[in-house]
Write a protein that binds this ligand. Structure first.
Ligand SMILES: CCCCCCCCCCCCC/C=C/[C@@H](O)[C@@H](N)CO[C@@H]1O[C@H](CO)[C@H](O)[C@H](O)[C@H]1O
Length: 478
């Protein structure tokens, strides 16, 4: 089952962008400071039993106060781009402008952005990395139709307040994850358990909100601001367990269509959900006595709006799976059971500290090639890629290997396969609050001491290894 790989030398090209990524709730802290409203992650993390180590993001890496230091770290590793996210409730504590704009929140982000650009870095802003204002969740959150306009209005405020500085926008981070884990299995905020209905209603609203936000930028901001707007989707690569089995090949394709295609096909494909996903949704619905399909339908007008609504494809990649077919629908309902597949891994794959994360570099090359050929060769930015280990490791050899090996595969994808790869952002710049597992799993190339009130940052070995690759813009012979 193993895949051949070889080491190559070469560089990524002059226009390739290097960066590091973070997200507001995971690093900022200052959860109730300077007028910030409560987010669903504040509520969720403050609820006993939701986070493995009982922690929360109240202080996190304290980047609200230490962002200058973070910017210096970015300069130290030599990257040109910083991917961060805006906290919606820091800007709009009650979710909407009518509920009041938080001037201090706007001032904070303008100060932060000024420092980013004054230090010669390019800001890459994610509008939504999962911290929905709690007030909007109380009105139904992503399941409510009203959220579409609320999001577009929030986006308008960000374009208006920050569009002179921010030219690189990502509407959503990983909609499959926040809809399925947040509204399906309930392990993420807001903790709703309804695997066969709510994630798909929520996802439908996310796609509409994304497409309307893209239109908004085109109609009202693009001419003056000259930026780009895209979305970040995540996917594992699904490889047939037996490459000679047609059944396994169909299972792997179904996995790709349901996981990546769910959001990618409407935006980068024909404007609608993938046919295979529609068929699967109807058959699962019939099996469970759900009338029609749990997958909502787009109107022809919506399909037109969805189609082509991104200037680039943001991709987060962490791991891969071998896949075979599976018709088991017993409790608990998992993502794989909904899709109708069984997932397998190879014992030789290096295991991260996160149970779901095994290092499979060749999967990334196959995945970007798949995107290239299925969605008309879009510009692709790897907006996240990284490896987890235990707290406290500074000599993080496994992460160094992970980064080198994944960048090797990307170099092959770019130089040998002709994939339009435009940039790479490591996840993450610094150790941070890793959602429902708190601080037990670390992804930073800089260590953060969460016991220390000063949240001291220390470079790990991977910071040096990564910065060497950035400096060489690839892999050179010494
Ligand atoms: C009939 C159709 C059925 C479709 C069903 C699809 C179900 C999709 C379910 C998705 C669940 C995925 C769980 C995997 C998660 C990881 O990939 C995820 N943790 C990656 O997110 C990023 O992770 C970083 C490190 O974990 C970091 O925390 C960052 O904030 C995240 O963006």
């Amino acid at each position: 089952m193993s895949e051949e790989s070889s080491y190559i030398f070469g560089h990524f090209g002059d226009d390739f962008k290097w960066g590091a990524a973070t997200a507001s709730y995971q690093i900022e802290g200052a959860w109730n400071i300077d007028g910030k409203g409560q987010s669903i992650w504040d509520t969720f993390a403050h609820t006993k039993g939701k986070i493995s180590d009982g922690s929360n993001g109240d202080v996190a890496a304290d980047s609200y106060n230490k962002y200058e230091e973070d910017i210096q770290l970015l300069k130290d590793i030599g990257v040109s781009h910083y991917r961060f996210s805006f906290s919606w409730p820091r800007i709009l504590p009650n979710g909407t402008e009518e509920g009041g704009l938080n001037k201090k929140g706007i001032e904070f982000y303008r100060k932060f952005l000024k420092s980013v650009v004054d230090n010669g870095l390019v800001p890459v802003a994610t509008l939504y990395h999962w911290d929905l204002p709690q007030v909007l969740q109380d009105k139904g959150g992503w399941i409510s139709q009203d959220i579409v306009n609320h999001f577009v209005n929030y986006a308008r405020i960000c374009f208006r307040e920050f569009g002179d500085i921010v030219k690189f926008w990502i509407t959503f981070n990983e909609p499959t994850v926040f809809t399925f884990l947040g509204y399906g299995v309930g392990t993420h905020a807001p903790g709703i358990k309804d695997p066969l209905n709510s994630p798909f209603k929520g996802g439908h609203n996310v796609i509409k909100a994304h497409a309307l936000t893209y239109k908004l930028y085109n109609d009202e901001f693009r001419k003056d601001n000259q930026g780009i707007v895209g979305i970040t989707l995540n996917s594992d690569w699904y490889e047939p367990k037996d490459s000679n089995s047609d059944k396994d090949k169909r299972a792997a394709d179904l996995g790709m269509q349901c996981k990546l295609g769910w959001f990618a096909n409407p935006i980068f494909g024909d404007g609608d959900y993938p046919q295979a996903m529609k068929v699967r949704a109807r058959s699962v619905s019939a099996m469970l006595g759900f009338p029609g399909s749990f997958l909502p339908q787009f109107t022809p007008k919506e399909i037109e709006l969805n189609k082509g609504s991104a200037d680039f494809f943001g991709l987060n990649y962490y791991t891969s799976r071998y896949v075979s077919t599976c018709q088991d629908f017993s409790e608990p309902v998992t993502e794989a059971k909904v899709i109708g597949i069984e997932q397998h891994s190879d014992p030789s794959w290096k295991q991260g500290e996160s149970e779901w994360l095994k290092s499979v570099p060749w999967g990334l090359r196959k995945l970007v090639k798949w995107i290239h050929s299925n969605y008309n060769a879009p510009d692709i930015y790897i907006t996240e890629n990284g490896f987890s280990d235990k707290p406290g490791i500074i000599e993080d050899t496994d992460r160094c290997d992970y980064l080198k090996e994944h960048l090797q595969e990307l170099l092959k994808a770019k130089t040998e396969d002709g994939v339009n790869l435009k940039g790479y952002f490591v996840w993450s710049l610094i150790d941070n609050f890793e959602w429902n597992v708190g601080y037990l799993e670390r992804f930073g190339i800089y260590h953060v001491d969460f016991e220390d009130p000063a949240r001291k940052r220390t470079a790990k070995k991977s910071a040096t290894v990564f910065s060497e690759i950035v400096k060489n813009n690839g892999f050179t012979r010494n």
